[in-house]
Design a protein around this ligand. Structure first.
Ligand SMILES: *[C@@H]1O[C@H](CO)[C@@H](O)[C@H](O)[C@H]1NC(C)=O
Length: 199
């Protein structure tokens, strides 16, 4: 009996810890201050090719912010975000104010420790980035990894990514088929050879 009570108590403690750890980490975009100035290298409307082209993103605390405004910033997370035109009629790219549910900025560009002088990253557009129009957002994260501020490039400065995922997928399928075929034929000829020897 005492044992089952102990188990119950442990269970309750674990559940409580789980609930409150996540409850403390909810961030809403509309409540975050816009404190980071973010610049991305593509010119407005530029077409970038996934797997080839490189973009440079720089960020810094806006000079009009009071000193110490960034005291809680521990890391900066930079992401590619779908421009509104690429979100239309696509539920899976929908914007949510609750950042745990938000699907706008799904593609991580980089995460770096925050530096008061700002930061910079060079990023080659990953092969799995879908064809769409994007802008760049940088979140300041506190020690718990929660977003506490952000900045982004102007939606008018959005750029386009052209994906070649379709090609790579068919190449992968073809490679898969041929490698399976080669294993099967190797086994087949091995079997034939063995039979010949036994006869
Ligand atoms: C800094 O913030 C102010 C006020 O939000 C804004 O008007 C200004 O454009 C920002 N500076 C830069 C370099 O983005």
């Amino acid at each position: 009996m005492a044992q089952s009570k102990l188990v119950m108590a442990l269970l309750v403690a674990v559940l409580a810890a789980g609930c409150c750890a996540s409850a403390g980490a909810v961030a809403y975009l509309s409540k975050l201050p816009v404190t980071l100035d973010v610049i991305a290298s593509p010119s407005p409307g530029q077409v970038l090719h996934a797997g080839e082209d490189v973009i440079t993103v720089t960020w810094a605390l806006n000079a009009s912010r009071p000193a110490g405004d960034d005291a809680a910033y521990k890391n900066v997370k930079v992401s590619l975000c779908y421009a509104p035109a690429s979100q239309k009629e696509r539920e899976w790219r929908k914007t949510h104010d609750d950042l745990k549910k938000d699907k706008t900025c799904q593609f991580k560009v980089a995460q770096q420790p925050y530096a008061g002088a700002g930061g910079r990253v060079e990023y080659r557009v990953a092969l799995d980035i879908p064809t769409a129009t994007y802008y760049v957002r940088a979140y300041a994260l506190d020690a718990s990894g929660t977003q506490v501020a952000y900045g982004q490039t102007a939606p008018a400065a959005a750029f386009n990514v052209v994906s070649i995922t379709g090609v790579t997928t068919s190449i992968k399928v073809a490679a898969g088929v041929f490698s399976t075929f080669s294993v099967v034929s190797l086994a087949f000829f091995f079997f034939i050879e063995k039979r010949k020897k036994n006869n």
